[in-house]
Design a protein around this ligand. Structure first.
Ligand SMILES: [Zn+2]
Length: 239
């Protein structure tokens, strides 16, 4: 008599799974001062207690998810340590493994939705939760625009590198879509959960099936959204 794995839905003994991947809790930025830790909280955002776990998955599904995590961990570490150069607006990465990195992105969004812990209460995917579960279980990354994730990187990595805040539903809704924001270190992940068409400027910032990933280099997030939206009225929706 086991419990039911939340990914494959088979009866099994469940592992005590990390809700967010373990590497999110590790320092990604190679600081000269190894002992420096800084936590920032503001508004409704709260830093997440390190290493939050729940009984979620069978061993087989844990292993499946860990394959995406292994790939993503290395990529995210590399990204975090790239020095932004001469006022470039984007970091442009090619040859990303679309299947593995997209499934990784979907997995963090979905895991925050299925988690019961108070740190994840703002993420609730409704009917999209089952759709994404099925995509993850079938190892189907979907199209670039399916639950696309816009990634932003802040330049002040020394300040930001060890932050992990509770994911939030973004209010007001960017471009009129439901979106969830995860902040891990100096990288912000903005997921669009919508059945409606997303404007091209935003779509281009999702991981592309060709393996192209553009990461927005930002001094602050609000500036990014306003800049992206300047051709799109009404701007007041962004405040
Ligand atoms: Zn399973």
């Amino acid at each position: 008599m086991g419990d039911i794995c939340l990914l494959c839905l088979k009866e099994s003994e469940l592992r005590y799974s990390h809700i967010l991947p373990e590497f999110f809790y590790l320092k990604t930025y190679e600081s000269r001062d190894a002992h420096r830790t800084l936590e920032i909280t503001h508004d409704a955002e709260r830093t997440i207690q390190k290493g939050l776990r729940e009984y979620l998955f069978c061993q087989e599904c844990e292993t499946k998810l860990s394959r995406y995590e292994g790939y993503a961990a290395k990529l995210v570490k590399d990204i975090s340590n790239i020095k932004s150069n001469n006022g470039e607006k984007y970091l442009r990465l090619e040859n990303i493994d679309y299947l593995r990195f997209k499934l990784f992105q979907l997995s963090i969004l979905w895991r925050a939705s299925i988690a019961k812990g108070i740190a994840f209460t703002q993420v609730s995917l409704g009917p999209h939760e089952e759709i994404i579960r099925s995509m993850l279980n079938d190892e189907n990354p979907g199209k670039s625009t399916d639950y696309g994730c816009l990634m932003m990187m802040m330049p002040n990595t020394e300040v930001l590198h060890q932050i992990l805040v509770s994911p939030v539903r973004v209010i007001p809704r960017p471009f009129g879509h439901t979106a969830y924001k995860f902040m891990t270190g100096n990288i912000t992940w903005l997921f669009f959960v919508t059945s409606h068409r997303i404007n091209n400027q935003v779509q281009e910032l999702f991981l592309q099936e060709t393996g192209l990933l553009k990461i927005y280099l930002a001094s602050d997030e609000k500036a990014v959204l306003i800049n992206l939206a300047k051709d799109f009225a009404p701007l007041r929706d962004l405040r």
